[in-house]
Design a protein around this ligand. Structure first.
Ligand code: BDR
Ligand code: CA
Length: 323
């Protein structure tokens, strides 16, 4: 087995973010150096608690440092996704009660880094120049703030593999915008301009990565982690049934984690990606010419995932997280 790749997972810990943490911690190809929180699906303070609950479910006492990040986007007011992820970001699991009256899922105390997410990202890039991959699966506010603070150091990141964008498919926040980019488009444009190698894992591929309700049910009693997956996805699956016509849920964020070590799961094309920050109707749109060769005459700043081996990915997820 090659040396595990060092990553930082930056999450706005909603349901599929928690699933991404489970996959990252269960993947021997990765060494998770830190998990950082940002506001998005839920407020950053709840996002921190949800990271801790997820690590606790895995039985990890001495895991990677967990750091609190930015509370609101760079320019826009904060927009949360309670309808998709529940008021606590984890589909209401924090309200579940055991027969003895105690909460089923509670965050352990005292595990939060004293260093902010932005400073922890910069510290780790300084410690591991050209080695570290950053995997943001929420709005890009923490990453943009780190770039603003030290753009030279941030160019020592090996690559950023981010969940975000919608290129040849409709968005999930507007006809053209995906949630993570829509929430903080100004941050996303800063990331696009930073000169760091980028991989976009957009809705084009993540909406093909479906964990079926039948699979969740099949494993639910198998072990504590599978039971947590059932508990935290119940509301999320309900949303997908009612609003996405899917009997299960999209594995948006876990796919970004898997692409970090498993590029064979997807097909990518190089392009110059920009983000619409001004348009009334198009805010958060990811704009790129994905034709090969592209007709825009611009130098690429990213590789964009355009196709996925969905059965291979869902099998990987099921084996590592549920079984
Ligand atoms: C993205 O938005 C969030 O709701 C999910 O966690 C994912 O990161 C999908 O658009
Ligand atoms: Ca997310």
């Amino acid at each position: 087995m090659p040396i595990p790749r060092r990553i930082i997972l930056d999450t706005d810990t909603g349901v599929d973010d928690a699933l991404a943490i489970l996959l990252a911690m269960r993947s021997p190809e990765l060494h998770v150096e830190a998990i950082t929180a940002v506001s998005g699906n839920t407020h950053v303070d709840q996002a921190v608690r949800n990271i801790l609950i997820t690590l606790e479910t895995l039985g990890i006492q001495d895991g990677p440092p967990v750091a609190r990040g930015e509370e609101k986007p760079l320019v826009k007011p904060l927009f949360l996704a309670d309808d998709v992820h529940g008021g606590d970001g984890l589909g209401g699991v924090t309200r579940l009660i055991k027969p003895d009256g105690a909460h089923l899922y509670t965050p352990p105390e005292g595990r939060v880094s004293r260093v902010s997410a932005v400073d922890l990202i910069l510290d780790l890039v300084g410690r591991y120049p050209d080695e570290l991959s950053l995997v943001p699966v929420g709005p890009l506010t923490n990453v943009a703030k780190a770039i603003i603070k030290n753009p030279v150091r941030m160019r020592k990141i090996r690559e950023i593999v981010l969940m975000g964008g919608a290129f040849r498919v409709y968005g999930n926040m507007s006809p053209v915008a995906e949630f993570n980019i829509f929430v903080d488009p100004h941050a996303a444009q800063i990331v696009c301009d930073a000169g760091i190698p980028l991989v976009f894992v957009p809705l084009d591929v993540t909406m093909q990565a479906v964990l079926t309700a039948a699979t969740i049910d099949r494993y639910a009693e198998a072990n504590r982690v599978a039971a947590f997956v059932r508990d935290c996805t119940a509301h999320y699956v309900d949303f997908h049934r009612k609003r996405r016509d899917v009997d299960g849920c999209f594995l948006h964020d876990p796919l970004a984690v898997a692409v970090t070590f498993g590029e064979k799961l997807v097909r990518m094309t190089s392009a110059r990606v920009n983000v619409e920050t001004a348009g009334d109707l198009t805010t958060g749109m990811t704009v790129a010419d994905l034709r090969s060769p592209s007709h825009d005459g611009l130098s690429p700043n990213a590789r964009v995932c355009v196709d996925i081996d969905a059965p291979a990915f869902t099998q990987l997820f099921t084996e590592r997280v549920l079984a």
